[in-house]
Design a protein around this ligand. Structure first.
Ligand code: FAD
Length: 298
C-alpha cells in the first residue's frame, strides 16, 4: 500500500523542526531513519498530516564525550555508527555489542537511536540496552503560550520514559534531542544476547546486563533489562538486586535469572508462547550476567 497524503517539512535546524511540530492544528510526526515510521505509513497504521524530516538537522547528530566521561548520543546517531565507531565501542562496549543484533545492515545504516527510543517498541534492542546503562533522554519543544524563551528543554530518566507499548512520555510537540549515557567505571562488565528465529529478525527475547564488582569480587551494582519481556522495555530491578552484596557465583546468577524469568511479563504470539519466552529469559539472563561478571573481573 502507499502512505496517505501528508505535508512534508525538511527542517534545516532544530528550531525549524520544533516550530513545525508546535503547530497543533494538524497532526505532525518527526521522521528520523523512517525504518519504523515508513512501514507504519504504508500499512496505514499511522496517518500523520505532516512529516517533519530531521535528517538535515545537524544539532541532532554526532556523538560527544561528556564532562564525566560518558557519551552524549545525538538523536540522529545511526545504529550503524553504534556498531562500527571504535570510540563508542571502547567507551560503552554494550552499545556496539547490541547494535549488531538490530535487523540488517541496510536498516542499521538508516535507523537512529532517537527513533528507536521514541518508538518505544518492547521488542527493540536499544531501549533495553540504554535502560541497563542508566541513560537519560534530553527532550525539547517550542515554548507554549505564556512561557518565556523560545525553547523549553527537559531531561528524563529513561526508566520514566516508557509508559506502554509504543507509548512514551513525549508530548506530540516534543523532540527527543539526545541521550546521555553515563561513563563505564572500572570494575564494570556488560553483555547482551538474544534469540531470534532468523538472524536479523526481531528477538523472541533478549537480555542486557551490567555488573560492577568491588576489589573483593563482590557485586556492588547490577542492572538487567529485557527485550520482549513485557509491554515496555523493562528494567528488572528486583532480580538485579539479588546479585548485589554477593559474589557472582553460578548459584547467585541462576537465582537472579530465575527471579528475572518469574517477574517478567512476556506476551504470547504466533512466534512463541509466554512460557517459552520465560525460558529464554532465564537462559539468556544466566548467560549474559555470567559474561558481564567475567568481563568485570578482567
Ligand atoms: C525489516 C525491519 C526489521 C527491523 N528489525 C528491528 C530489530 O530487530 N530491532 C530493532 O530494534 N528495530 C528493528 N527495526 C526498526 C529499526 O530499528 C528502526 O530504525 C527503529 O525502530 C526506529 O528508528 P528510525 O530512526 O528509523 O525512526 P522512524 O521510523 O523515523 O521513527 C519511529 C518513530 O519515532 C518517532 N521519532 C523518530 N525520531 C524522533 C525524535 N528524535 N524525537 C521524537 N520522536 C521521534 C517518529 O515520529 C516515529 O513515530 C526493523 C525495521 C525493519 C523495517
Amino acid at each position: 500500500m502507499k502512505p496517505p497524503p501528508f505535508d512534508y517539512v525538511a527542517a534545516a535546524d532544530l528550531d525549524e523542526a520544533l516550530e513545525a511540530l508546535a503547530d497543533t492544528s494538524l497532526e505532525a510526526r518527526p521522521l528520523a531513519g523512517g525504518q519504523s515510521l515508513v512501514p507504519m505509513l504504508n500499512f496505514r497504521l499511522a496517518a500523520p498530516e505532516r512529516l517533519v524530516d530531521l535528517n538535515g538537522v545537524e544539532e541532532l547528530s554526532g556523538v560527544e564525550e561528556t564532562e564525566d566521561g560518558g557519551l552524549l548520543l545525538g538523536a540522529m546517531t545511526r545504529h550503524s555508527t553504534l556498531e562500527r565507531d571504535s570510540f563508542i565501542a571502547r567507551r560503552i562496549p554494550l552499545l556496539a555489542e547490541a547494535a549488531r543484533f538490530i535487523a540488517h545492515p541496510q536498516i542499521r545504516s538508516r535507523g537512529t537511536v532517537g527513533g528507536s527510543v521514541a518508538h518505544a517498541d518492547p521488542a527493540a534492542e536499544l531501549p533495553a540496552v540504554l535502560l541497563t546503562l542508566g541513560a537519560r533522554v534530553r527532550i525539547a519543544r517550542r515554548s507554549r503560550n505564556g512561557e518565556s524563551g523560545a525553547r523549553v528543554e527537559r531531561t528524563l530518566d529513561l526508566g520514566d520514559f516508557f509508559l506502554g507499548p509504543f507509548y512514551s512520555a513525549l508530548d506530540p510537540d516534543e523532540l527527543l534531542t539526545a541521550i546521555d549515557v553515563p561513563p563505564s567505571p572500572p570494575g564494570e562488565g556488560t553483555a547482551f544476547d538474544e534469540v531470534a528465529r532468523r538472524r536479523g529478525d526481531y528477538a523472541l527475547a533478549g537480555v542486557a546486563a551490567r555488573v560492577r564488582l568491588d576489589s573483593r569480587g563482590v557485586c556492588d551494582e547490577a542492572a538487567i533489562s529485557l527485550v520482549n519481556g513485557g509491554s515496555t522495555p523493562c528494567l528488572m530491578k528486583e532480580a538485579a538486586q539479588t546479585l548485589v552484596g554477593e559474589k557472582p557465583t553460578p548459584e547467585a546468577i541462576e537465582a537472579a535469572a530465575a527471579a528475572c524469568a518469574e517477574t517478567s511479563d512476556p506476551a504470547a504470539d504466533m512466534h512463541a508462547t509466554e512460557e517459552y519466552r520465560r525460558h529464554l529469559i532465564r537462559v539468556l539472563t544466566t548467560r549474559v550476567v555470567s559474561h558481564a561478571a567475567d568481563r568485570a573481573r578482567t
